[in-house]
Structure formats: C-alpha cells, structure tokens
Design a protein around this ligand. Structure first.
Ligand code: NAD
Length: 489
C-alpha cells in the first residue's frame, strides 16, 4: 500500500524572495524556519527579507510602474495576463495544497480550495480590468470634461497567516487589474503558498518588478516597508494592534490605507429556526480552520425559548468533532503555532477562572504532538467578559441567551469590532429588521459565510475600513483625475 506520508511532502527546494522578476536570497543571507504545526517539525527554510531587501523591492517596483511596458499595457492585455495568472495558480494547485496543509495546518481539501479561490480572484478582476470607465461631466459648450481612474503606483500588501495566499490574491488581483506595481510581505509564519503566487506571476509573464514577494518579520521587513518614503498605498490585513502601528507609520508620509482587521462576530438565533440546521451552520461558522478566520462566528445569541435545546444539541455535535492533522481531513486541525496555542489557552483559562460556564473543550490536546486545541463552547450572561468581547482567533464559541430582539442586537453590536454579523430565522420580516440594525460590513442570513469573490467585504468600527472583494474593491486601488478642457471662447 502507498505510504500517504510520502505523498504529502513538500518538494525539496530553496524558498526565496521574488524581487524584480528574480528569485533571490535575503541580502543578510538569513532564513526563517517554517514549521508544520501538526508535528512541530521544521519542514522548510525561506529567505528572510530585511530593510535593505525592502529598499530594493521598492526601487524595482517604482521602475516597473514607470516603465513603458507597464504604462503602455492596455487594460485588455492586463486582463489576459491576469487570466494567465489564474491558470498558473490552478496548475500549481497541488503544490499550494501541500504548502498550506503543511505550513499552516489546513485540511488538504481546504488547502486545495485555496488555490482555486485565489485563481478566481485573478479571473474575476481580470474580467473587470477593461471595464473601469470614467465619466463625462457637462460644463457647457466651451468645455469638455472627463474623469479617468489612475493607479496609485507602488502598492504594499501586508498579509496575515490564516489564509495567506487567498488574502494576498484578494488585494494583488485588484492592484494588478488597475495597473499598480505590487510588493507583498508574506507572514513569517506560513509563508510558502504566497511564494507560489510569485511563481504563477513569473510563469504568466508578468513584467519584471510589477509583482514582488518578500517574506520577513513584521518588526523589520514589515516596518521598513510601511515606513518607506516611496510607496503609495498600503493594504493591511491583520490584527487591530498591528493595524494601529501601520496607521501611525502611514500618517508620517500621508499614505492611504485599506484596513482589514479582526472581529468578534455574532449570529442571532430566533426561536422559529430548525435547531438541527442552525447548529450545523454555527459549527461551520466557528470551527472551520479551527476558528482562525477573521469573520468566524465566535458568538451566538440564542432565544431563551430554545436555549437549552440548542445548547444541548450543539455540545453533543461539538464533542463528536475529530481532531488531528489536516492531511487526514480532520474537523479540527492544529492552530498555526505554539505561541498562538498559548494565547488561545490563556483566554480560556481566564474565562474559566472567572466562572464563565465551560460546556466543551477549553484545553489543548495533550497526548499528541502539534498545536491542537479542543473545540470549546462557553455559555454566559456576562456579555462584557473578555472571552465575549475580545478576538480569540481559535476554536472558541461563546453562547449568550436573549429574550427581546432589541436586546439581541445590542449584545451583537456590543464589542469594539464590526466585521460581519448574522441572523437565523424563518421570518423575512425579522431577518430584514435585524440585518438593518446589525453592525458589520456584511450580514449573513441563514448561512454563515454566504457570499463570494463578488460580494464586498470589510469592517465597520475597529474592524477597519475600505472594502475588498466585489466590484467596489477596485476603487481602493485608483485615484480619480478630472480633466477639464476649454475648447471655445
Ligand atoms: P498580525 O497583525 O500579527 O500580522 C499581520 C501581518 O502584519 C503579518 O504579515 C506581520 O508580519 C505583519 N506585521 C506585524 N507587525 C508589523 C509592523 N510593525 N509593520 C508592518 N507589518 C507588520 O496578524 P496575524 O496574527 O498574522 O493575523 C491574525 C489577525 O488578522 C486577526 O486579528 C484576524 O482577525 C485578522 N484578519 C483579518 C482579515 C480581514 O479580512 N478583515 C482576514 C484575515 C485575518
């Protein structure tokens, strides 16, 4: 019989940075070790970019942006190039799947999906590259006036570790569609799939320097990039705390930013629902990717009439979830690193010490290697407790009871975040009433994560600003120029 472990090894290769169309070591010749969170083994090394590599990347991006090749590329040719990138990503899907299964811990099937979802960004925005049309503005007979959308120039994309390739693809596709040059800083934890985006761009014939990919730590390469004097736009996806540092640096050079930050999103469950369906959906909403999703359903607010029945069915299902490595398609895969496991554990320990009722999980899995944390459910009336307000970013669900709809909305909206929200009901009237009152850039009705590349996504309140995905995301990457022409006396 074939040994499965042989099949899921990464190819022997040197993982490098991609700058100016070339694969290069870091100038300091240092590397970052890449770990498999399911086994705690080092599986690869990647060249570590530092400030001097950042300078080089900015220089070649600027040259590319101003080159005839990029400036004269017609929107239609950009479309064709982006379709080629999409095809190359699909062609690399097995390698991408291995990378995200092994350096991130994802289920192999989810990791494979990442390649196709990332390709979809390039085909979707490739299809829009030649459809961004300006306006003609009437100023009377003596003038012709029109607007054009122009790219910013050198765009910086700072990417988190939870969906590294897909999040990079989300913003890089928009930036390329609109004619910008791109520098991606991949996360030091779980960087390999983003590196494969460089390979797809190279194979697709993207002009040298138009897309550059650096792997580095936030405090050196990241900080050098966001503070650089010759960049034009920052697209940041990550935590609230890092977001504040990004905005501080950006303010020094008046660099516009798109901010995609964290969340503590809640679903409201009215008593008219099918408990079987909704508990399944909540389990998908919080426990997919072991809760390491910015828009995870980390809170659920359930009507008192069905509270006990709901909790009992939910906990019964949670206790049956399988835990193990992504290569074996388990329900709960490892957290991305030892440090992150400790952070999730700290949140849960504090909640337990403060007397929050623990209904399932609440601890790491002690008897196997890897950073596994049991799927966890807390129930509490204390909506102000940190476990109910702070982002844990792990497989941890908090359930609250409610009686009146107004109370449910107040609880849902009662954190500093406002990324997404949800409502479960059979009543269209209740769904519309509730969706209209919930904070969040996106509201899901009867299905968490409903939507796709086509639907705008982004935060309200401390979850950030700007919208990614959908047609309106393109407007993050262009500036309007008005041209007024006097044609007569
Ligand atoms: P993080 O903020 O620690 O890191 C994000 C990125 O910022 C990494 O590449 C990191 O190296 C870099 N970075 C860190 N310090 C920096 C600095 N001083 N200058 C420049 N770059 C710096 O976040 P994380 O732990 O990688 O990701 C988890 C967080 O991301 C969660 O809060 C999650 O909600 C959020 N997230 C948001 C979205 C969204 O679309 N809204 C999507 C995914 C993740």
């Amino acid at each position: 019989m074939e040994n499965v472990d042989v099949m899921i090894q990464l190819p022997e290769k040197k993982w490098l940075n991609y700058i100016g169309g070339k694969w290069v070591e870091g100038a300091g010749n240092r590397t970052i070790e890449v770990e498999n969170p399911a086994t705690e083994e080092t599986i690869a090394e990647i060249a570590r970019a530092e400030a001097v590599d950042v300078d080089r990347a900015v220089e070649v991006s600027r040259q590319a942006f101003e080159s005839e090749t990029v400036r004269n590329m017609s929107p239609r040719d950009r479309s064709e190039m982006m379709f080629r990138i999409a095809r190359e990503l699909e062609g690399l899907s097995e390698e991408i799947a291995l990378a995200e299964c092994l350096d991130n811990g994802k289920r192999l099937s989810d990791a494979r999906h990442q390649a196709f979802a990332s390709a979809r960004y390039f085909s979707y925005y490739g299809g829009l590259a030649d459809k961004l049309e300006g306006r003609s503005i009437p100023l009377g007979n003596r003038y012709v006036d029109y607007t054009v959308y122009e790219p910013y120039g050198v765009t910086v994309h700072i990417v988190p570790w939870n969906y590294p390739l897909q999040i990079a693809a989300r913003s890089v596709s928009c930036a390329v569609a609109t004619g910008n040059a791109v520098i991606v800083k991949s996360p030091a934890v779980s960087p390999l799939s983003v590196s494969l985006l460089g390979e797809a761009c190279e194979k697709a014939g993207v002009p040298e320097g138009m897309v550059n990919i650096l792997c580095g730590h936030g405090e050196d390469a990241g900080q050098a990039l966001i503070s650089h004097g010759d960049i034009d736009l920052i697209v940041f996806t990550g935590s609230l705390e890092t977001g504040k540092r990004i905005l501080h640096a950006a303010s020094q050079n008046i660099i516009p930013c798109v901010m995609e930050l964290g969340g503590k999103s809640a679903g409201i469950v009215y008593p008219d629902v099918d408990i079987e369906n909704v508990t399944d959906d909540v389990i998908k909403g919080i426990f997919s990717n072991s809760g390491q999703i910015c828009s995870a359903e980390s809170r659920v607010i359930v009507h008192r009439d069905i509270y006990d029945a709901f909790i009992s069915r939910l906990v019964e299902k949670v206790q049956k979830l399988s835990i193990g490595p992504g290569k074996d398609e388990h329900d709960i895969t490892p957290l991305v690193s030892g440090g992150h496991l400790e952070s999730v554990e700290r949140h849960c320990r504090r909640a337990e010490e403060d007397g929050v009722a623990l209904l399932a999980g609440g601890e790491r899995v002690a008897d196997i290697p890897g950073y596994f944390f049991k799927p966890t459910v807390f129930s509490t009336h204390d909506t102000g407790h940190p476990i109910a307000c702070e982002e844990v970013f792990g497989p941890v669900l908090v359930v609250h009871p409610f009686t009146e709809a107004e109370e449910a909305v107040e609880i849902a909206n009662g954190t500093p975040y406002g990324l997404v929200a949800g409502v479960y009901t059979d009543s269209l009237k209740k769904a519309l009433w509730t969706a209209g009152r919930l904070n969040g850039g996106q509201v899901f009705v009867n299905e968490w994560y409903a939507g796709g590349v086509e639907t705008p996504f982004g935060g309200t309140k401390r979850s950030g600003y700007g919208r990614e995905k959908g047609q309106e995301a393109l407007f993050n990457y262009v500036q309007t120029k008005n041209i007024a022409i006097r044609i007569g006396d």
